[in-house]
Write a protein that binds this ligand. Sequence first.
Ligand code: ZN
Length: 222
Amino acid sequence: MYRCGGEESLRAGTLSTEPKMKQFSYRLSAVNWHSRIKLPFLVSARVRIAEIATVPTVQIARGFPCGRWDELAAYQPHVLVGTQSELQLVLDEMEKGRLDLSTVDRALVVLTYTCNALLDDVFRVRLWQAFGVPVYELLIGPNSTLMAAECEAHEGWHVQPEAEISFHAGEIRYSFRSNPVVQTGWAGRLEMERCPCGRDSARLVGLERVSRQTQRKFAATA
Ligand SMILES: [Zn+2]
């Protein structure tokens, strides 16, 4: 059964010590079991996508482990993919003048794993100020499966075709291709109206971290 864990339990990019190598092996296998994640916007074959990871989870992306900043800059990516903590490290390097990623001119993709904090407005603005490109947050489940993705309209997260969403005591539960249902740690609701982007798929909106307050609110209205 899947258990909620920190970002590092699901990400392989920065693992180096002996005990953690087991997690690393798991992640490698996990990525091979499922096809890689497709980005929620069109990219031509000439667009270079860099992901801060040893083994990239996004289609076409080339992986650059955390800290290999020279190699990342030399690749001259148009799109940069990473978790919030990894992108925070990138911002730190940029602010210290040690990393030039001015080639990123297409998009930033933030991978947010279940049970982790959602991208907040403060960090979103920081990313915008640093890069000046649209930011897309992707919600990722166990085995690096894509649960829902922001679109260019930024009006919620489109639930992916193979993702099954349910709600329990105010919390969103997720299953991929009928695999075991997992807790996401997030509350929100499903919006069925057509998105301004033109897509008809259901969207998760009003997302927030599940808290005691959320659960009390749900209990009061149930
Ligand atoms: Zn949309």
